[in-house]
Each structure stands twice: as C-alpha cells, then as structure tokens.
Ligand binder design. Structure first.
Ligand code: ADP
Ligand code: MG
Length: 331
C-alpha cells in the first residue's frame, strides 16, 4: 500500500450558531468525525444530498473551512503538509499543490478581466512566474490542454456558454500545476451532454497531469461512470466508501440504496426499485442521536437510535457505517 495523498482522521468542522447566555455556545457540526483516505491518482467521488457537508469537507482539505478538531494530512512523496497546523509559508506552497475548481468564478471576479487574466491570476498571486511572457506561455499551455480556443483568451467571459466557462475555471485551477484538485458541483449547472464533455475533459487531464481529483456532486448518477471510488455522506458523516463498481452493484448502506433507487433507469427489464427516500434531511444543527439516518431508514431498530455506527470494512473492498448492513434484504 502506498501512502494516500490525503489522509483525514477524526475531522470535525463546527460553525457557531449564535450566542447563549448560559452554558456552551451552540454549534453546527457540519463535519462530525470524518475518517477518509484519498489515494494518489484517484478520481474520487463525494456524494450526498445538499446540506450533508460535502463542500465543507472539500474546503477543509484546502484549508478554506475550519478544522475544529482531527487532522488532514497531504503527502505527495515530495512535500507533506499537516493542513491544520501548517504555517503561512507552508500554506503558500500548499496553495500551488491543492486547488479548487470554482463552479462560477466570474461571480467573484471583475467582469473587466479577460479570459487570459482570469487564468493567469493564480500565477501572479502566487508569484510563480517571473515575466509576462512566461505567464502567457503557461496560460496558453493550460488553455490548450483544457481545449479552449486560444483566440478566446483576449475576450471577456460573460458571453461564453456554461461549458466554456467551466473550462476556463478548470484552466485557472490547474495553471499553478496542482497535484490535488477539488471539483465542487462542477457540472451541476450544465446540460447533460455538456456534463459528459466536462467529465471526459477532467478524466483526460487527470491522466495527462497525474492529478488526484475529489469530485463532489449531489447527483450519484453523475459520479457513476467517472469515479473509481465513491464516498457517500449524510449529515456530516460518511456512511459508505467503496469502489464505484461495488457501490453501484452492491450498495450496502440503506442511504446509498435510497440514492441509487432515485436514479431513473431506462432498462424495461430492471426490477422495480423498492426503496424511496422520504422526508427531509434533518437539520445538522439538531441531528438525530445514534445513526443520523435512522429517522429516514426503513430498517432502523432500537440500537440505531442510540449508538453511532462507525465505518467498518465489508468483504468486497468497501466500508459501511450501519449496525445491520449484513442483515438487510438484497437491494
Ligand atoms: P453540501 O455541500 O453537502 O450541500 P455544506 O458543506 O455546504 O453541504 O453545508 C453543510 C452544513 O453546514 C449546512 O447545514 C450549512 O448550512 C452549514 N454551513 C456551511 N458553511 C457554513 C458557514 N460558513 N457558516 C455556518 N454554517 C455553514
Ligand atoms: Mg455544496
């Protein structure tokens, strides 16, 4: 076994929920004890309903969300960082190694920036190039890899389509030569055919640039064909982590099963999907005790209301956090 690129242990991220006169201030546990390894070179999927903590997890790895307790470690064989405790100098280096693909960076950028300037900005902020010519070379090189028309570099992005904008975001995230990239809902706003284009581009770039990708989506069907491993999150905890093929063929956790049965199938011979997800996701400010999924789980028993299930290995290479996964009827 090689060392994983990212190793997360007991990670908690708490957000304050206002003040209270007496007693401890209430907090929202957006991440409630995450243990996860992301192997180098993987296309790693992270799925779960909105509000489950996916963005917080992606950002905590990038040091863009608080690490209240626990640890996040990065090790690419050449450099290693303890994300929670690194100093400002290490943080600057880490920024060039680990990057976020913004869903829509234009929201945060000046509308007067050209595509060239948008892609070049990280190089300039990080001081990674020493001349304008060198910056231009790097921008052109990554723009080509992202299948952008080089003519477009002089234009302003507001006129571009969603797919082209996403390519610009990807180029911006990759221009500093990161090894690890978080793609947070990168295809959520796009048409299905454009989604496939962007996923193919990410896959090609991953091979070409030896990237490790954390691909976040609320939609399990999007990660189905692209990710090699998938982690499923519910209310700030991981409920299942497994190789994609295993997860889709033999989902173990009732929540994973419910997400899968929500994916429409075109196969007329497919057996009817039995399990529906009912009810709203509870508030992470006031999560249910025991297994956080028990309020929506058709198999919940007394133990599930009291005892928090921990991730434990299955026989087929995955991990599941359910007291009764071995006893469930076939999915
Ligand atoms: P997801 O990406 O899965 O939709 P998020 O990580 O965005 O989930 O959010 C998880 C929970 O943390 C949500 O209840 C959200 O309201 C809360 N949250 C996220 N960011 C903050 C913040 N900066 N301050 C307070 N609460 C936050
Ligand atoms: Mg999110």
């Amino acid at each position: 076994m090689t060392t994983p690129l990212i190793r997360i242990k007991g990670l908690e991220t708490h957000y304050p929920l206002g003040q209270r006169l007496f007693g401890p201030a209430p907090v929202l546990r957006a991440l409630a004890g995450i243990d996860l390894d992301i192997p180098a070179g993987s296309f790693f999927g992270l799925v779960g309903e909105s509000g489950s903590g996916k963005t917080t997890l992606g950002r905590a790895i990038l040091k863009a969300a608080p690490i209240t307790s626990g640890s996040v470690a990065y090790d690419d064989g050449q450099s290693a960082f303890d994300i929670g405790t690194m100093d400002a100098r290490q943080e600057r280096t880490y920024r060039s190694r680990a990057q976020l693909i913004f869903q829509d960076p234009y929201a945060a950028l000046s509308p007067r920036m050209t595509v060239r300037d948008i892609i070049a900005e990280p190089l300039e902020v990080m001081g990674l190039t020493s001349s304008r010519a060198e910056t231009d070379d790097r921008v052109r090189e990554i723009a080509k890899k992202c299948r952008l028309n080089l003519e477009h570099l002089r234009r302003f992005p507001h006129a571009f389509s969603g797919g082209q904008r996403q390519r610009i975001s990807i180029a911006r995230a990759l221009v500093s030569g990161p090894k690890f990239v978080v793609a947070d809902e990168s295809v959520a706003a796009l048409d299905v055919s454009i989604q496939a284009d962007i996923l193919n581009l990410l896959k090609a770039l991953q091979n070409d640039l030896s990237l490790t990708l954390l691909f976040i989506s609320h939609d399990l069907s999007v990660v189905a064909h692209s990710c090699d491993t998938v982690a499923v999150m519910y209310l700030g905890r991981l409920v299942e982590v497994a190789p994609s093929r295993t997860l889709f063929a033999r989902p173990r956790h009732p929540y994973t099963r419910a997400l899968l049965s929500a994916i429409p199938t075109l196969d007329p011979d497919a057996p009817p999907r039995m399990q529906r997800l009912t009810g709203e996701i509870p508030s992470p400010a006031d999560p249910p005790p025991g297994c956080r999924f028990h309020t929506r789980c058709p198999f919940a028993q007394a133990r599930c209301r009291q005892e928090v299930p921990q991730l434990a290995p299955t026989q087929d290479g995955g991990q599941v956090a359910c007291h009764f996964w071995k006893d469930l009827p076939d999915a």
